[in-house]
Design a protein around this ligand. Structure first.
Ligand code: PDD
Length: 288
């Protein structure tokens, strides 16, 4: 049975209840994080907690805990849901809590703090061999996409549109520039160079994205952070999607046309192998 943390208590998920007046429910007024735990070891916890802090600041909500307190709760959840060291995905959410419905923030705030674990579903080998498909879509989100807000209606809508078009992800285009995926960051490879958009308010600063750039720098691979036009995306040799839960996925079909050779490319294979090496170090406690 899944044990969750809610406002100071550890309890079975079925017993965890929040008020219908919670501003998370009424306004989508809150932020979240998704943190993998590989063999019980948390992936890049410090970076996730830093991003959480930035997101909270971005919505003018005080961080209820310091990093040590967060670490204790998150590790407790990992331990309490440990199923033979199966990999877990930790979801945590902080909302502005229950209050009389009013757009203006309440004077007295009691945040709702929720942490849960779900088993990590590894991407199937078949999917990795074949690659995934994506469509491009106008980026219909607000302008603070660097905040990991729980208000994800545009993201869910675009993911659904992708699904109904037979694709796995929507890659978003804002004023002619690629920002990211509906729930992932985007990389392309062109003539051997790995390219991803630079971080700004138009995209979420992905923890996986940053690790890939770190790996690329350590291995002295050719890479840069720069704008990617829609046309450049459509003519890329390789396209990748990255996220904590999906790691690095090769896109082999974009808007129903093959990407490059139509097969997962050599740079993706090389980066995935390096990423898996990093995970192995994390499992043995030699990396974060
Ligand atoms: N989402 N961009 C968006 C819009 C995302 O929702 C995500 C991840 C990412 C990748 O970030 P990271 O590498 O830190 O996971 C980029 C999570 C997994 C989710 O909403 O479930």
């Amino acid at each position: 049975m899944s044990i969750v943390y809610l406002d100071g208590d550890y309890l079975p998920i079925e017993e965890a209840k929040v008020s219908v007046l919670d501003r998370g429910f009424i306004f989508g007024d809150g932020v979240y994080e998704v943190i993998p735990a590989y063999g019980g070891h948390l992936f890049r916890l410090e970076q996730h907690l830093q991003r959480l802090n930035n997101s909270l600041q971005g919505i003018h909500l005080e961080n209820p805990f310091d990093n040590k307190q967060w670490q204790k709760i998150i590790e407790d959840i990992v331990d309490r849901n440990d199923n033979n060291k199966q990999d877990q995905s930790i979801y945590l959410q902080v909302t502005r809590g229950p209050a009389k419905r009013d757009h203006v923030f309440p004077d007295e705030i009691s945040q709702t703090i929720f942490v849960m674990s779900t088993p990590m579903q590894p991407v199937s080998q078949e999917k990795l061999n074949k690659g995934v498909s994506a469509i491009t879509h106008d980026d219909i989100r607000w302008r603070y996409c660097h905040i990991k807000s729980i208000a994800l209606l545009p993201n869910t809508l675009m993911r659904q549109i992708a699904r109904e078009a037979g694709a796995d992800e929507a890659i978003l285009n804002r004023d002619g520039k690629i920002t990211e995926g509906a729930a992932s960051n985007v990389f392309i490879v062109k003539n051997g160079k790995i390219i991803t958009p630079a971080k700004d308010e138009c995209l979420l600063p992905g923890i996986t994205r940053d690790l890939i750039l770190e790996i690329a720098a350590d291995a002295e691979l050719d890479f840069c952070e720069s704008d990617i036009s829609l046309d450049y995306l459509q003519n890329a040799d390789e396209v990748w999607l990255t996220s904590s839960t999906k790691e690095i996925l090769p896109v082999t079909q974009l808007d129903n046309k093959p990407v490059g050779s139509g097969k997962p490319g050599p740079c993706w294979k090389d980066m995935l192998a390096r990423y898996q090496e990093h995970k192995q170090l994390l499992r043995s406690g030699e990396a974060t």
